[in-house]
Every structure is written in structure tokens, then in C-alpha cells.
Design a protein around this ligand. Structure first.
Ligand code: FEO
Length: 408
């Protein structure tokens, strides 16, 4: 196949793969994906930073061939930097090693163990373990390694290319999108921020406290002093790196907007009617409201709206004496991602329509409390069968009251 590399700095090329067809990545709804890998030419050695997903090796290799051709050099890759061992970055490594059997591999201690459990064929592969502050000299060009455990896996690592001030951050600061252009400044900034937020909310926020400590550590060490670009392994390359560093700091601190996310399921439209009236009450106060119908909206979108909301409202019908089962996946996802990990507990209110026994309210309250929300139990609304005008007015008033709270 034929595929071009993209020169992003002197002797630095993007050689990744474009997954135009991806729509789901382990449950994350995506409009396509990008697996970024980068080739860096020093005076003496050439290094490849990261790899691509299973099935995309031919595309990466075609771009590598193109980069060597542009540099007017024979193909020879001396070093492979493995910043993270999730399969979207190492899936193609066995094929890559067939082409480059003598390459020196570099990765963190955690990665050195994990990669052999992912690719059993690498059981005998020699790996050089890198720690924060370790360097690699390519001849006139040097890397400094910065271990970044839990951003977002224990094995995660950042690689700083010192001479050009490029931080190869792997997953951190990425977006799950697929675009024909490579830079932040090439695409609509609102779309870029939305997809950066989706990525953070779903993949990084569990480690919010570590985002703040890692940025502080890197600032103190001077690693960010001459930063010109952040080149993640997904999505656009940041030519304005301060934009995404500031957004990560905001999200990691739990700073939220005057915004409430209403999430609901319904069986016979009763909780749906209640949800609509709650949103009317929120809107009456001029507060932003986002509405999600659970059966249709991906959890990854709902998580992104929760991230910058000060409160959520969750409505689920009662089925027998339990929450309607379609909510189960959403609750499991919330628990998995832990939106409360910033230390800022968002407010939550639950509501339900029941036939007879009830029980959903207590169970939803317990689930949201476990997920880290500050559930306002006295504000819960539970109606019997179809809500009448008085019931709907209560819902409107709840929305209004919550909106007033988030404005305080
Ligand atoms: Fe893009 Fe954690 O893999």
C-alpha cells in the first residue's frame, strides 16, 4: 500500500494509522480513531515512538518507508520506544519486529512485564527499562523519559524530545477522532475540545489527582519550559500545548460549569415526562441542561457531560422493586470511571415512577453514593404510575431549585 508520512519538525515524522471505520473502542463510541506513531531521526540513530493497532502495520510501515525516502536514507530503526502497552499501541509490534529484529526496545518496568503477557511471542524479547530522568541520545537529538504511572495505565510513559520541545505523551492529551489534518489548529476548536473532554472523562479522570501531580512534577523539573508541541498517540498534535494542559488542570481539579446533566430511562413515558419537566425548571433559571436518554446515548457521551456539570439528575422507572435494568450498564460505567475522583463530589438527585412497591430510589441512591456523588436524598421524587399536573410541577420545582444551587 501507499501512505505518506507527515513531517512535524526537523527530522520528526508522523507515521501513524488512520482508522476511519472505528465506531466503538471497548465500549467508547468513536467517530473513527487515529493511532499516532512518530519517527525521529538523529545524526546517528533513528527511533520509532510507539506503534499502532492490530491490522494497521502495513499502513504504518508504508509511512515509515516514505519518511526514510524523504530523509534520503536506507531504512534502519535503532530504537523502539514503547510508551504504553494497550493493544492500540502495541498490536503491531510482533510484525514490526519481523522487519526490524535488531531494534533496541525501551519501556517502563511495568510495561516490560505486561507486554510479554499481551504478546506471548515476545517472551524472550530484550527490553531496556526506563525511569524518569533517563535519557537516550540519537546523536544531536536526545530524549528524556518521564514515567507517568496511571496516566492512564501503570506502564504509561512520556517521552520528551529535548531539542525540539516535543512531548510524546501517548494516551494523555489525546482524542478519539480521525481527521485528515494532523494539528489542533487545523480543525474546529469546539470539536477538538469536545473530543478531548470525552477522552479525558472516559479514560483519564480516574487518575485526576495524578494528572495534577504529574503536571506539577514536570513543571518543577523544567520539562515544560520549552514545550512547542504535545504529540499524543490519538488524534491531533497540539501546536498550542497550553490549551490542553490548562483543560486537563481544570478537569482534574473538578472545576465544573453552571450545568446540570439529566439522565433518564423510561418504560411507559412517566419518568420521561418527569425528566422533561425537571429540564424546564433548570432552563427557567438560565442554567445549561443536558439531557441523555440512556438507551440511545453512549455512556462515553454521558460521562463527558457529567464531567463539567455541577449536578446530575437520574431518573429510572421502578420494575418490580428495582431500577429498570437498562440502567445497569450506565451505573457500572459510572462506578468504573469514578467521577468523584477529583475530590469534588457532584450533587445528584434521583427520581422514579413506580407501580406499587417502589425500591428503585433507595438502590439508585446507594449506587450513586458508591460512585462518589453527594446524593440529596430529601430531594428525591417518586411518583405512582403516571405523574399528574401536581407531580410534574414538583419536578419543575426540583429543576429550578437545583439550578439555583449550582449558581450559588
Ligand atoms: Fe490508546 Fe490506553 O490505549
Amino acid at each position: 500500500m501507499k501512505a505518506d508520512s507527515v513531517k512535524i519538525a526537523d527530522g520528526v515524522y508522523w507515521v501513524g494509522a488512520l482508522d476511519w471505520d472505528a465506531r466503538d473502542f471497548h465500549g467508547f463510541a468513536v467517530p473513527g480513531m487515529t493511532y499516532n506513531a512518530y519517527l525521529v531521526f538523529g545524526d546517528e540513530k533513528t527511533a520509532l515512538i510507539d506503534n499502532v493497532y492490530d491490522g494497521f502495520f502495513p499502513e504504518m510501515w508504508a509511512r515509515i518507508e516514505d519518511a526514510f525516502s524523504k530523509e534520503d536514507k536506507e531504512i534502519k530503526i535503532d530504537a523502539l520506544i514503547i510508551n504504553h502497552i494497550e493493544n492500540d499501541h502495541i498490536g503491531s509490534i510482533p510484525e514490526f519486529l519481523e522487519n526490524c529484529p535488531d531494534v533496541e526496545c525501551y519501556c517502563t518496568q511495568a510495561a516490560s512485564m505486561g507486554i510479554k503477557r499481551q504478546h506471548h511471542c515476545l517472551a524472550d524479547q530484550e527490553l531496556n527499562v526506563i525511569k524518569t530522568g533517563d535519557t537516550l541520545d540519537l546523536g544531536g537529538k536526545t530524549f528524556t523519559f518521564i514515567n507517568a504511572p496511571m496516566l492512564h495505565w501503570p506502564d504509561s510513559n512520556f517521552t520528551l524530545y529535548n531539542e525540539e520541545g516535543i512531548l510524546f505523551s501517548n494516551d494523555a492529551f489525546g482524542q478519539h477522532i480521525c481527521e485528515s489534518k494532523r494539528y489542533d489548529v487545523d480543525i474546529d476548536p469546539g470539536y477538538l475540545e469536545l473530543h478531548s473532554k470525552r477522552f479525558y472523562a472516559n479514560l483519564v479522570q480516574l487518575s485526576a489527582s495524578m494528572v495534577l501531580s504529574k503536571v506539577a512534577e514536570m513543571t518543577e523539573a523544567g520539562y515544560l519550559d520549552n514545550l512547542t508541541m504535545i504529540a499524543p498517540c490519538h488524534g491531533q498534535i497540539w501546536k498550542q500545548p497550553g490549551t490542553i494542559v490548562d483543560l486537563y488542570a481544570k478537569w482534574a481539579k473538578g472545576e465544573a460549569d453552571e450545568k446540570i446533566t439529566v439522565i433518564y430511562e423510561t418504560m411507559h413515558h412517566s419518568t420521561q415526562k418527569m425528566a422533561h419537566q425537571i429540564v424546564e425548571g433548570i432552563m427557567s433559571e438560565g442554567v445549561e441542561a443536558k439531557m441523555h436518554f440512556i438507551r440511545y446515548d453512549p455512556e462515553s457521551d454521558i460521562l463527558a457531560d457529567i464531567l463539567d456539570s455541577k449536578a446530575i439528575v437520574l431518573g429510572v422507572p421502578t420494575m418490580m422493586n428495582n431500577p429498570y435494568p437498562k440502567i445497569g450498564n450506565m451505573l457500572a460505567y459510572l462506578n468504573c470511571v469514578s467521577p468523584a475522583n477529583t475530590g469534588v463530589r457532584k450533587k445528584a438527585v434521583v427520581f422514579s415512577s413506580k407501580g406499587w412497591a417502589g425500591g428503585a430510589i433507595a438502590k439508585l441512591t446507594a449506587s450513586l453514593t458508591e460512585a462518589g456523588f453527594d446524593v440529596l436524598e430529601d430531594e428525591a421524587i417518586e411518583e405512582i404510575y403516571v405523574p399528574d399536573d401536581n407531580d410534574l410541577e414538583k419536578c419543575y420545582d426540583l429543576g429550578k431549585k437545583l439550578a439555583q444551587m449550582v449558581k450559588e
